[in-house]
Design a protein around this ligand. Structure first.
Ligand SMILES: Cc1ncc(COP(=O)(O)O)c(C=O)c1O
Length: 354
């Protein structure tokens, strides 16, 4: 009897591990956090309520990383996820332009906030400026994610500058989700700037601290922080203080921590990109983050076979607005990536996916 799997959402796979499973699903770094993040933590002083905006020491440390920012401009949140949720809920109406494929949580976050996503499809893995220019005029904001989950692509610097310029002229906000900004292996990135920009970031990926749930937003438009603080006061209140303490300590880790990680990710990218391409899949080469999005026919059947017969987890492109694709995360060590590629090769004998 053929297997059936209810592939409605990534939640069926999130947290699944052990028992011989190879998961190309989760966007969780498998590398350890910096030792500085954990050493010397004393949780006894972190058992009270904290400032809704976030601990001043952490905001001050962050403001040193972003030119023209002050501690007042930051709000520390439960991961980048809460930052995004609060930003859109603070607006509550209007359209948001979303490059597609997108991180799967973007459309639900935007819709739950009462806003409407409008899509612009990537061409060759990059934003199509002509389509962008047509659609942006009717929008209140655009959500940019470079490097991107799920494509692993980085937008061209000229494109990011053009987006910065056009949106500034039109008075459209840019929400720049930069959770992968430190995971780049091809070239420099460009951080969109200006009073109309809200930068979102997190300690989840750079410092391998996903479960600690510390992220932040900042904008030089102080009214954004004020609105978000008001919402947060009546919802989650302060972000967990132990986590903020860990985040502050992580920032004191030597730069080598991040540089070493980049080298490891680059090696894994090379391995999976070569393996997936040699198997015949059509795919954009990832330049950052740790995801790859190959084209795949019969993606539901292939994913079901991979999981049920070969204990391999991969995510459905459909969840990211990319039907006929699958998304693989390479947050796995090289041995597991090789084993996983071997199992994919076997599954390809059962399901026609090219
Ligand atoms: C593009 C993107 N933004 C935000 C998040 C959420 O990150 P956090 O753990 O900081 O909530 C993720 C997680 O995978 C992501 O890929």
């Amino acid at each position: 009897m053929p297997h059936t799997l209810k592939l409605d959402s990534p939640s069926i796979f999130i947290g699944k591990q052990g028992n011989g499973v190879i998961s190309f699903g989760s966007g969780q770094p498998d590398l350890p956090p910096p030792k500085e993040a954990i050493e010397g933590i004393d949780i006894r002083k972190d058992l009270r309520y904290g400032l809704i905006q976030g601990e001043r020491s952490l905001r001050e440390a962050l403001s040193k990383e972003y030119p023209n920012s002050t501690a007042e401009n930051f709000v520390i949140t439960n991961g980048a996820s809460e930052a995004l949720d609060l930003i859109f809920r603070a607006w509550g109406k209007g359209k948001v332009l979303l490059p597609r494929p997108y991180y799967y949580s973007y459309p639900p976050i935007i819709k739950l906030a009462g806003m409407e996503p409008v899509y612009t499809d990537l061409v060759g893995g990059r934003i199509d400026l002509d389509d962008f220019k047509k659609k942006i005029k009717k929008c209140r904001a655009v959500l940019i994610n470079s490097p991107s989950n799920p494509t692993g692509r980085i937008e061209l610097i000229e494109t990011l500058k053009e987006i910065e310029r056009i949106t500034s002229k039109l008075g459209v906000y840019v929400v720049s989700d930069e959770v992968y900004k430190d995971l780049i292996y091809e070239r420099e990135n460009y951080h969109i700037q200006g009073d109309h920009v809200i930068t979102v970031n997190s300690f989840s990926k750079t410092y391998a601290m996903c479960g600690v749930r510390v992220g932040y937003l900042w904008s030089s438009d102080q009214s954004i922080a004020d609105k978000v603080i008001e919402l947060k006061t009546h919802t989650s209140m302060n972000t967990n203080l132990v986590g903020q303490d860990m985040a502050l300590r992580a920032m004191a880790a030597p730069r080598e921590y991040i540089l070493n990680q980049q080298q490891i990710w680059r090696g894994r990218r090379d391995l999976i990109y070569k393996g997936i391409s040699e198997l015949g899949f059509e795919v954009w080469k990832p330049e950052g983050a740790f995801y790859i999005l190959p084209k795949c026919k019969n993606a539901r059947e292939f994913l079901t076979t991979l999981y049920c017969d070969y204990k391999v987890i991969a995510y459905l492109g459909e969840w990211f607005g990319a039907p006929d694709h699958i998304r693989l995360s390479y947050a796995l060590d090289a041995k597991e990536i090789e084993e996983g590629l071997g199992r994919i090769t076997e599954a390809m004998k059962k399901v026609r996916c090219l």
